[in-house]
Design a protein around this ligand. Sequence first.
Ligand code: ADE
Length: 413
Amino acid sequence: MESKIRDIKLAAQGRKQIEWAEMKMPVLMKIRERFRKERRLEGIKIAACLHVTKETAVLMRTLKDGGAEIALAASNPLSTQDDVAAALVEDEIMVYAWKGEGEEEYFQNIRRIISIKPQITMDDGADLTVEIHNMKRAEDIIGGTEETTTGVTRIKAMEKGGILKYPIIAVNNARTKYLFDNRYGTGQSTIDGILRATNILLAGKNVVIAGYGWCGRGIAMRARGMGAKVIVTEIDPIRALEAAMDGYRVMSMREAARIGDIFITATGNINVIRGEHIKEMKNGAILANSGHFNVEINLEELKELAERKRIIRRNLEEYVLKNGRRIYLLAEGRLVNLASAEGHPSEVMDMSFSNQALSIEYLVENGLKLSPKVYDVPEEIDKKVAELKLKSLKITIDKPTDEQIRYMEKWKI
Ligand code: ADE
């Protein structure tokens, strides 16, 4: 079977990593058990463009046990775990991904997975979906899934522009996804990425977080928990107000630029930190991005302002500005939690990827009845994932009594 990875000899280590993740992903493992018995994905070809991590490997093995044939490419040039990629190739999953692949190779790998003529696509950031449409290869596709906020935004723009050719389930929008993965997953893994790259002390630092969506709030919560003084910047007045009432200082990036020790972008938007801000920053300020694309920090303007740069250590680059101050960029401005750490912990990916697995099964069974639109994960799936997760955590909850059900249904006092 064709594949292109760093080194197949890493497979034994990758296998141990995947087994470690499997221990922490009981819901997906339960789904795998059923998939293995029922084989409802028999012969279905899936092209997946996801971060190639141990958690993704657990998902890929689950789909394969359901009968699917899979080709996997990375959804970011820096996020691939090479040992995991090698183990997947040994499991007869086609993989075209290695850590540090170039921009051109990245798209070439996406084109390689398109060449299997998939019936289902799985995407994280929408590069695969966009490329399939650009190549006019969307006709035979039953449907697809999208994992992340940025990807859903892009695909909704395709729907609005009338060019989306097949239905997409927005896995990101399931409550058992964004409330946990975006908040607790991004919160923890972003801090993890920053600490692995820098080993700085967070206690007492001014940490500026751009964006107070679910990711931004997770990062803010965890930074505060480690003793940082958190400042939030926003463009949405309601979210800004929420941040203020959650107890954070809220101000414009212009004001925050002079105060911050560490800046973390989590907006999904472009050029949130620009030259005009970088010029004002303190000597030693650290810049990190936690958004999907490396567009949130204006890297061109950072380079223009710099006299010279050097790599201090892995994922930590020093820019000496013409004004003499030193600014530190983490992971080339790419998503710091996956480039400099290992992405979200398995426990939250358990829920995200259970939604993925059940959404794929749903598409195989119902996709042909759907229109080329963006759909939410069916409520039954979202609820099922929550129930299974609670069960795995041995948490029991109450059931409403008949009297309570009747009470909630009536309007007369
Ligand atoms: N996105 C964020 N964290 C991830 C992980 N651990 N695996 C796959 N995709 C991710």
